[in-house]
Design a protein around this ligand. Structure first.
Ligand code: PLP
Length: 387
């Protein structure tokens, strides 16, 4: 008996691959996971513990408890998207599942989803799950890893159902700008296509830049699907809490799709999410300042490493390093670096073809790790590539 076509074709994430491989190496410095190294702020934890003790241990509404949907609506009070807590907001089991369920609401087999690449590797399998396919639109370092309207328009076919974008971007650290946002919005408004904007890193934009959301420039908001997650915002990766804002038909469909999967989410977790949004937004600023400092630290250190280059990333917490001058396959490079130098980095090709010749470094780790990791990287390149 055969497994499903999907199971046979799903791509395994390069991030997980490097992580699993790195378990075989004892003395290592890891830059693999895009995970805040902060603890979840204490008031959030205390609220959850209190609610478990209050016996908030029952089934809840599929699309999330009203208190959390109302808190999300309040947090997005200035949003240009309609954000009625009953009609337009759906709580999800983390951002990853938010994407999966939102795609389930709009995709049919044979549909195409345009994705700018390099992109978060999970997108490939999440789209394939519904018998749809990803059409990669490559973005380039020279353009700040933002797409051109010409490239996006050239990728549109009668099968295109959705354009999926992620700015600030994992893995490139690129941010959106107004000029590109206007062009993308025009494309959405003049075609029968949804926009799925994954904005889970929107709080982490540096150098005085403001987060630019393409959604703000789209006139027909019913075509827009907005995703945000508590994972990166409040260092809550293990809690599995996120939300989608979209038109009422999409949210109603997501509600029903959740019923077929997890059915609903724990009430204490969701009430802790209310505390996060209402009482803990100062923590976001503190984390942002810390990532910014580490971003500068790693970029300064990387300048001294021969043969590689890194444009200063302006968002999220990733540095996307160009290793093309080494003339080596990026996956081979990462594997050899792991075993010879004990440094875990993720090959850029794991984020789509446009990532070939790059490596992703997540700098959401300690200063000591950054200093030691880059020291090892430098030594490794000097010993293996510098003639
Ligand atoms: N979107 C992007 C671009 C990500 O990098 C991640 C996680 O790394 C997610 C969504 C999903 O995060 P979570 O499922 O923890 O909310």
């Amino acid at each position: 008996m055969q497994l499903s076509k999907y199971a046979r074709s799903a791509k395994f994430s390069a991030i997980r691959k490097m992580f699993n491989e790195s378990q075989k190496v004892e003395d290592k410095v890891s830059f693999a996971f895009g995970e805040p190294d902060f603890d979840t702020p204490l008031p959030i934890i205390e609220r959850a513990c209190k609610e478990w003790r209050n016996h908030k241990t029952h089934y809840t509404a599929n699309k999330g408890i009203p208190e959390l949907r109302r808190a999300v609506a309040k947090y997005h009070a200035d949003s240009t998207m309609p954000h009625d807590p009953d009609e337009n907001i759906c709580i999800t089991n983390g951002g990853s599942d938010g994407i999966r369920v939102a795609l389930a609401a709009i995709l049919d087999p044979g549909d195409e989803v345009i994705t700018t690449t390099p992109c978060w590797s999970n997108y490939f399998s999440q789209v394939a799950m519904y018998g749809a396919s990803v059409v990669e639109v490559p973005t380039f370092e020279e353009n700040g890893f933002r797409p051109t309207a010409t490239d996006i328009e050239a990728a549109i076919t009668p099968k295109t159902k959705c354009i999926m974008i992620n700015y600030p971007c994992n893995p490139t650290g690129a941010i959106m700008n107004e000029e590109c946002a206007k062009e993308l919005a025009r494309i959405i408004d003049t075609n029968d296509i949804y926009l799925l904007a994954d904005e889970v890193y929107s709080n982490f934009v540096y150098d005085g830049n403001k987060h630019v959301s393409v959604i703000d420039y789209v006139q027909d908001k019913s075509k827009c699907i907005y995703l945000n997650s508590f994972s990166k915002m409040f260092a809550m990766t293990g809690w599995r809490l996120a939300y989608v804002i979209a038109n009422k038909d999409i949210i109603a469909a997501m509600n029903n799709i959740i019923e077929c999967g997890p059915s609903c989410f724990p009430e204490p977790t969701q009430l802790a999410g209310v505390t996060a949004l209402e009482e803990c937004t100062d923590a976001i600023q503190e984390m942002k300042e810390s990532y910014d400092r580490r971003r500068k630290l790693i970029c300064d250190l990387l300048k001294d490493v021969p043969l590689i280059t890194c444009r200063v990333p302006q968002g999220a917490f990733y540095a996307f390093v160009n290793i093309k001058a080494l003339g080596v396959d990026d996956m081979d490079f990462c594997m050899d670096l792991l075993y010879k130098a004990g440094v875990v980095m993720v090959p850029g090709s794991g984020f789509g073809d446009a990532g070939k010749g790059f490596i992703r470094i997540s700098y959401a780790t300690s200063d000591e790790n950054i200093i030691e990791g880059v020291r090892r990287l430098k030594k490794y390149i000097e010993e293996n590539y510098v003639k």
